[in-house]
Design a protein around this ligand. Structure first.
Ligand SMILES: Nc1nc2c(c(=O)[nH]1)N[C@H]1C(S)=C(S)[C@@H](COP(=O)(O)OP(=O)(O)OC[C@H]3O[C@@H](n4cnc5c(=O)[nH]c(N)nc54)[C@H](O)[C@@H]3O)O[C@H]1N2
Ligand SMILES: Nc1nc2c(c(=O)[nH]1)N[C@H]1C(S)=C(S)[C@@H](COP(=O)(O)OP(=O)(O)OC[C@H]3O[C@@H](n4cnc5c(=O)[nH]c(N)nc54)[C@H](O)[C@@H]3O)O[C@H]1N2
Ligand code: SF4
Ligand SMILES: [Mo]
Length: 689
């Protein structure tokens, strides 16, 4: 029998609805769900092939090896988890809970992230749990928190149909959020007066569709945004009434912006002063301006400053809390938002609570049924710090779930050192990935379609994903694995859920009265339609937009301007490393290739590095030739692609092929060139060709 079941795409944070065709317990086809308010039936290349890697190269059984030079042996779940729990118990006993760490991702479901967080912070007693969102959305989360009072995008996708100006900065939405980008292009088609401004060092497919492309030198966005504000102030384009009634801190921002004339900003950013003026006028004059951004702003040594500055522009022009107008950070992974809401980062607790707040800790101790004072008040280690501590020998047991740090964390040689140094590395994944090569224990995870739970998209939309297919081999849903592990550790009283719905119900209590209030949601409601938070009551339809009453959760009820001077990126080019390496994504691949690398229709390219033909000429490099890129941290080989979409002095390389590939369908390449902690893109990797 064949059945079509509604679910949500497992890749990006857009959250497109799709229909999966299930035959004999397996997903055999997918198509866009026309009833989805997000994508109205559309899917991008990733979504439309989402079923194609489901049954290829999966980890089927729990496996163990005491020594990573030896092969794995297949064991029962009981034996695997006993092994893991015994080691964790002995590490905690001998060295304390802080000698253990957990590294997760925004590709897990909210229930799973909530449960893992409870296990680590509530039961084991360390805050050493972080996630790949640290490499992705952390600057956006803090940008929102400091500017608007709380995390969470104020707008919704429907704003696209109301906006007259799109300021797209550091986002290649055409390739990375294609369904959203299609909606923007359609808006422009219907309303030719709508303008698209793109801020990107490369002439990406997104930039090619722009009315104005502000082709900045990587890392210089703060100077550009300050100069746009300068124009807005000097040409009296600001919304004085909004600023006066609903914001604070404008005087200081104005004082800083005064110095950033378009001419001065032009010398920093490389963008013509006249283009900066024109862009500022278009942004400020539009009836409604929507700013959209992603990794070009977030992954930077001044990531929060860039976020604050793009939000400053929205506040100065009153572009918040009304249709078509919002500062809108595009989220990366399907459940990057759920991860932030469930607080699965080392400084957070569920419901956007903070580890540092004694009130918040008390609230969570009550919800979790713990004695007061159980949750540690000190923030745990962040993603990069976990691996640095492991490299120093301070982390003895490391549990990695749904992420592939051997490829995706900066400075992969050091990540390898860290993985080799720990006494126990557990990898809980659907596939065997590069990180698995360093594991002592492999725990096979059920993945998308094989388990149930919820995710939140960029526009705060919570969707329910049903279990529609059987897990492969002995794979189990992540929540169940966490619970079995917790029980082996002796926490059966805290972890005795019979299904994800029970976890969701408990999690809801943790969101009550908080910004991300899900109290009005339930599985039965979500089964018939997705809902945007806050949704505080069962009859509530969910909030399309935040701050429509212009009341911001900052304490003073006012949104806050933050002044930032332009600071040079932490690393700059030099004579020996004259090029800036920009890393990013392409339309046909997802991150570290564990899924898209197994789909022949997508896996058509080899590692490549794009460079400007003039640079290539000077170096005697021809198109198609193999080149080696070197930084102070490592080397990588790739095919040279000569293109003027990349400006002189910049090299672009997708990070998809960053792993020493062992997948048969890929040519092995050497270690990736990755920049140092925290800033993955901007001038941070020096590279000599
Ligand atoms: N096809 C596909 N889609 C994806 C993903 C994927 O792997 N593949 N991953 C998802 C995830 S997790 C994420 S986080 C998003 C990422 O989505 P995006 O951020 O849109 O993708 P990137 O290619 O990483 O980088 C964005 C752009 O930033 C530019 N840039 C680099 N430095 C700077 C700078 O200093 N300033 C400015 N203004 N721009 C700069 C780059 O040239 C690049 O075009 O995509 C999501 N969608
Ligand atoms: N140089 C460079 N590095 C980067 C970036 C960059 O732009 N440049 N971007 C950064 C960003 S924004 C991100 S988000 C990260 C992404 O980096 P990663 O998180 O490492 O990327 P993925 O390949 O998506 O890894 C997800 C893993 O989860 C597994 N998986 C899928 N579904 C499930 C499931 O249901 N359960 C379990 N247990 N496992 C599952 C997949 O097989 C895969 O191994 O990379 C970061 N690193
Ligand atoms: S845009 Fe994102 S959510 Fe939509 S189909 Fe593509 S990958 Fe999936
Ligand atoms: Mo991301």
């Amino acid at each position: 029998m064949v059945e079509w079941k509604a679910t949500t795409c497992p890749y990006c944070g857009t959250g497109c609805g799709l229909l999966a065709c299930v035959k004999e317990g397996r997903v055999v086809k997918v198509k866009g769900n026309k009833n989805s308010p997000v994508n109205q039936g559309r899917l991008c290349r990733l979504g439309s092939t989402a079923h194609k890697a489901l049954y290829k190269g999966r980890v089927l059984y729990p496996q163990i090896r005491e020594d990573t030079s030896k092969p794995f042996r297949q064991v029962s779940w009981d034996e695997a988890l006993e092994f893991v729990a015994n080691k964790f118990k002995s590490v905690v006993e001998e060295r304390g809970a802080d000698a253990t760490a957990f590294y997760a991702s925004g590709q897990l479901l909210t229930e799973e992230l909530y449960l893992l967080n409870k296990l680590v912070k509530g039961a084991i007693g360390t805050n050493n749990i972080d996630a790949n969102s640290r490499l992705c959305m952390a600057s956006a989360a803090l940008g929102y928190k400091t500017s608007t009072g709380e995390d969470g995008a104020p707008g919704c996708y429907e704003d696209i149909e109301h906006a007259d100006c799109f300021l797209i900065a550091g986002s290649n939405a055409a390739e990375c959020h294609p369904v959203i980008f299609r909606r923007i292009l359609e808006r422009k088609k219907q309303n030719p007066k709508a303008k698209i401004l793109v801020v990107d060092p490369r002439k990406t497919p997104t930039a090619k569709a722009a009315d104005i492309h502000l082709q900045i030198t990587p890392g210089t966005d703060v100077a550009l945004f300050n100069a746009m504000l300068h124009v807005i102030v000097t040409e009296k384009l600001a919304d004085e009434k909004f600023i006066k009634s609903h914001t604070e801190g404008f005087e200081e921002v104005k004082r800083v912006a005064e110095k950033y004339t378009p001419e001065i900003a032009s010398t920093i950013t490389g963008v013509d002063a006249s283009l900066i003026r024109e862009a500022a006028r278009i942004y400020a004059d539009a009836k409604a301006s929507l700013s959209l951004w992603a990794m070009g702003l977030n992954q930077s040594s001044s990531g929060v400053a860039k976020n604050n500055c793009i939000i400053n522009l929205a506040l100065a022009t009153g572009n918040i809390g009304k249709p078509g107008a919002a500062p809108f950070s595009l989220t990366g992974q399907c459940n990057a938002m759920g991860l932030r809401e469930a607080g699965a980062l080392s400084h957070l607790l569920p419901g956007y609570r903070s580890v540092a707040s004694s009130q918040h800790r008390k609230e969570m101790e009550k919800i979790w049924g713990l004695e007061e004072g159980k949750i540690s008040p000190s923030p745990g280690l962040t993603a990069v710090e976990i691996f640095q501590a492991a490299e120093r020998g301070e982390i003895k047991a490391l549990y990695i779930c749904a992420t592939n740090p051997a490829v995706s964390l900066p400075d992969s040689n050091r990540v390898e050192n860290a993985l080799r140094r720990v006494e126990l590395a557990v990898v809980q994944d659907a596939y065997f990935n590069e990180t698995s090569r360093f594991a002592h224990v492999l725990l096979p995870a059920a993945q998308w379609t094989e388990k149930e739970g919820t995710m939140t998209s960029s526009e705060r939309r919570v969707s329910y994903l049903p279990k529609i297919a059987e897990p492969v081999g002995k794979a189990k849903p992540d929540w169940e694995i966490f619970q079995l592990f917790a029980q082996k550790l002796g926490y059966s009283k805290l972890f005795n859920y019979t299904n994800p719905e029970e976890i969701f119900e408990e999690y809801k209590v943790a969101t009550r009265g908080r910004q991300c209030d899900l109290s009005g949601m339930s599985y039965s409601r979500l089964r018939s339609c997705s809902l945007q938070w806050p949704c505080p009551e069962p009859g509530h339809q969910g909030m399309r937009r935040l701050y429509t009453d212009l009341n911001f959760p900052t304490g003073s009820s006012r949104a806050v301007f933050h002044a930032h001077e332009y600071r040079e990126p932490e690393e700059n080019t030099s004579q020996s490393f004259p090029f800036i390496l920009v890393t990013g994504r392409i339309a046909g691949h997802w991150h570290t290739l564990t899924r898209t690398g197994k789909i022949p229709a997508l896996n058509t390219q080899r590692p490549f590095a794009e460079m400007n033909p003039e640079d290539a000429l000077l170096l005697g490099i021809e198109g198609g030739e193999a080149v080696e890129l070197a930084s102070s941290r490592g080397r990588a080989a790739a095919k040279a692609v000569l293109t003027s979409t990349v400006p002189r002095g910049v090299v672009f390389m997708p990070f998809h092929w960053g792993g020493p590939a062992f997948n048969n369908t890929l040519q092995p390449i050497c270690s990736p060139v990755l920049p140092s902690t925290g800033h993955l893109k901007n001038l941070s990797t020096k590279c000599a060709l």
